[in-house]
Design a protein around this ligand. Structure first.
Ligand code: HEC
Ligand code: HEC
Length: 208
């Protein structure tokens, strides 16, 4: 009884302490820390070396910080980024997240046929009931900007190559960085075919 009580107490104290220690990121400090990142993600945070590099500009701060922590810990392994985050404190990563969140998001243009775009739009807005694929818009918002408060990522404007790689990786459970939200993105992606992923990836680039 006493043990349970003290453990609860430790938990509560721990929570309120982390609440005190956590401060929102400072974009100006984050800019100074992000010089090395520009080599791959672009000076504007939205011009990667090629289509497999994600845009960071305009992504929400909460999602960015969460991913930086997962990349640093190796829970989301990114070979090309190994070493980039070594020794960086949570505050430094929060600053970088705030910096990229403050930059204007890039928007693109879908290049698929009208038929493909309509098919993607239907999945985006309504899901695929027969395969239990939930509507993307429910979590990522109708315009694809995500949900900053919940930390659900912006997915509009990303290059289709990057989106295709990520959706396939969730489907194959090679990306499991959604563990902290109960694997919800793997659940969604499990029902998607290669063809559906391809039309969605193209559609998302132009969504706004
Ligand atoms: C050598 C190239 C390279 C450098 C330098 C680099 N990155 Fe990355 N980064 C990548 C690649 C490639 C990916 C996507 C990997 C994948 O397919 O999951 C990525 C992914 C990310 C993501 C995940 C984005 C998302 O939408 O989930 C974040 C956040 C990120 N990088 C931030 C940074 C920051 C901050 C720095 C500087 C400290 C940095 N990167 C430096 C190559 C790089
Ligand atoms: C129940 C909520 C939910 C639904 C529905 C959902 N997503 Fe997600 N999605 C998330 C969350 C949360 C993440 C971040 C998970 C993580 O950290 O790996 C995510 C991540 C992603 C990413 C990776 C973003 C990046 O920058 O790496 C893509 C792409 C994506 N979702 C596309 C979709 C598409 C397409 C659909 C519809 C077929 C969809 N999502 C439906 C919650 C959802």
């Amino acid at each position: 009884m006493l043990k349970i009580f003290s453990r609860t107490l430790v938990l509560i104290t721990g929570l309120s302490l982390s609440g005190l220690v956590f401060a929102a990121g400072d974009p100006a400090a984050g800019k100074d820390q992000s010089i090395a990142c520009a080599a791959c993600h672009g000076q504007d945070g939205a011009t990667g070396l090629d289509g497999t590099y994600p845009n960071l500009a305009g992504q929400n701060e909460k999602y960015l910080l969460q991913q930086l922590k997962l990349i640093q810990s190796g829970e989301r392994p990114i070979l090309l980024m190994s070493g980039q985050l070594t020794g960086k404190s949570e505050q430094t990563m929060a600053d970088m997240a705030a910096y990229y969140a403050s930059l204007p998001a890039k928007t693109g243009q879908a290049s698929g046929s009208d038929e493909d775009i309509a098919k993607a739009q239907q999945i985006y807005r309504g899901g695929i009931a027969s395969k239990s694929v939930a509507a993307c818009s429910a979590c990522h918002s109708p315009t694809g900007v995500g949900n900053a408060q919940a930390g659900f990522p912006r997915i509009s404007g990303q290059p289709p190559e990057y989106t295709t790689v990520q959706l396939t990786a969730y489907r194959e459970s090679q990306r499991s960085s959604d563990e902290y939200v109960g694997g919800m993105m793997r659940d969604v992606a499990h029902g998607l075919t290669d063809g559906e992923i391809a039309v969605l990836a193209d559609y998302l680039q132009g969504l706004n």
